[in-house]
Write a protein that binds this ligand. Structure first.
Ligand code: TRP
Length: 336
């Protein structure tokens, strides 16, 4: 029988607290679709998370929680390799080697490093600076051809490509040079409900700006009720002119699967009150089964731990192959 080789794909999310519906739409929802088409590796990037201050017990909880959320959303451990980054030591080991072909200037000019250094001025550390190299190691270890990322990670992916090519040039063909995978709904950037000029983010100091995957129905309805719109009264998609209403339409579109035009039709002649309530109800209805399944999985500790153990073993099997090749190329003595 002919063996079909699917392209490899890698992506990860940091277990650093609440996951918003923006993360869900931008990443997890797409993973579920991609797992049938590609050989997927998905991780909770806990090594990345500690580049900013984390409380140990909270990080542990967030990591387990994120894994349960992935599975509850439909990321299928039978179809893809689902694991915790720190369970596979090869990520750190490859980072070290890649560090030796990375220039400090490349890292200090990264937009996210500059932003995070400003936001965490009391804790600017080497890990924060090295963050994109660790990300390159994540990707290159699995010879991933494709990496689904949001716009904010494109610069980091560019570095991964540069490092792959640089290593290949210096030591001979070793790494697949990854391509960014621009997601179907990447146009569907979800904005803050409180300030639709900003991306929806869990670090928004106004909790009404974001909906998390664990918000209950009342909270969701309340936040949508308070969502900023405009002084007009038409439910119409016009991101420049009507950013608040357009954002709500986008959310409604993503959760119902209807076209934007059909979404507009649903609210023709209706006021913003009805509109916001309908969007809130749609989101609450979509999240309820995910929340139920996640709650069930959180109690199935043995089952979840088994998935993570299997995931780490499978990830390691692939990662080890690349790491051995790298170690051989750079000239580490292996006793043979
Ligand atoms: N830095 C990514 C983020 O915060 C998460 C991440 C870690 C990642 N390693 C990765 C994404 C490798 C894609 C590929 O969104």
């Amino acid at each position: 029988m002919e063996e079909i080789h699917k392209s490899k794909l890698f992506s990860a999310i940091q277990p650093s607290g609440a996951v918003t519906i923006g993360n869900y739409i931008g990443a997890i929802k797409n993973w579920v679709r991609l797992q049938d088409e590609y050989e997927c590796f998905f991780a909770a990037a806990d090594l990345h998370a500690i580049t900013v201050k984390q409380e140990a017990a909270q990080l542990r909880k967030n990591t387990f929680d994120l894994m349960a959320l992935f599975v509850a959303c439909g990321v299928d451990p039978e179809k893809c390799v689902l694991f915790v980054q720190s369970h596979v030591s090869a990520h750190c080991e490859l980072t070290w080697v890649l560090n030796t072909i990375t220039y400090p200037g490349e890292l200090s000019r990264m937009t996210q490093f500059k932003d995070k250094s400003a936001r965490h001025a009391e804790n600017v550390n080497m890990g924060l600076m090295d963050y994109p190299v660790l990300m390159a190691a994540d990707i290159l270890l699995y010879q991933a051809a494709l990496v689904p990322v949001g716009a904010d990670q494109k610069q980091h992916l560019e570095l991964s490509r540069d490092l792959a090519m640089r290593f290949n040039n210096r030591y001979g063909e070793t790494f697949t040079v990854p391509e960014p995978y621009i997601l179907k709904d990447s146009g569907a950037r979800i904005m803050s409900l409180a300030d639709p000029s900003k991306k929806m983010s869990k670090s928004d100091e106004n909790p009404n700006g974001f909906i998390t995957m664990s918000d209950d129905r009342d909270t969701i309805l309340r936040k949508f009720k308070r969502a900023v719109t405009d002084s007009d009264s038409q439910v119409r998609y016009a991101p420049e002119e009507k950013p608040g209403v357009s954002n709500l339409l986008t959310i409604y579109h993503v959760f119902t699967g209807k076209s934007i035009a059909d979404c507009e039709k649903d609210f023709a002649g209706k006021g913003y009150g009805d509109f916001k309530l309908a969007v809130g109800e749609t989101v609450a209805d979509a999240l309820a089964p995910i929340q139920q399944e996640k709650a069930r999985l959180l109690k199935e500790k043995d089952y979840m731990n088994d998935i993570l153990k299997q995931g780490a073993e499978n990830a390691f099997r692939t990662a080890r192959r690349t790491l051995s090749k790298v170690y051989r190329k750079v000239g580490f003595y292996s006793g043979e």
